[in-house]
Design a protein around this ligand. Sequence first.
Ligand code: FES
Length: 161
Amino acid sequence: MDLTRLEALIDKYEHDEGAVIALLQDVQAEENYLPREALEHIAERLQVPLIQLYGLATFYKAFTLKPKGKHQVVCCMGTACHVRGGQRVVEAFERELGIRAGDTTEDLEFSLETVNCVGACAVSPIAIVDGHYYGHMSPSKIKRLLQQHRSDKGAPTNGKP
Ligand code: FES
């Protein structure tokens, strides 16, 4: 993370002792994750034990210590989705992106996650890409769906740039 930008964020909260979480949220919003160097710098500047920052980073699900992709793919693995082929959908995303669920492609384009029931069982199985819900998902629809969301709109390349 750019050090000047990080300093600006720290200055924003420096006189507010209870604002460490807000600071981490800002870093996460700009970087899509919490880089180790950023946490070390914040700990030093605010005189906060590094382990305390890691405690916050691992306690709150909104934070992640691993880089995330620009695009978030979420597959529902709740009961209704599972019964209607959700597992095959997840496996097809994994094949197409060249990663396992929980990981991010090398080019940082896509992250793939699974969740349990997002409340849209009637149109299961469901996949959510960048907040858009796609019902009645099937492996045959995945290639095109990823093309629609890929930044350069080029063909998916198994996660390689
Ligand atoms: S189980 Fe997937 S939306 Fe409910």
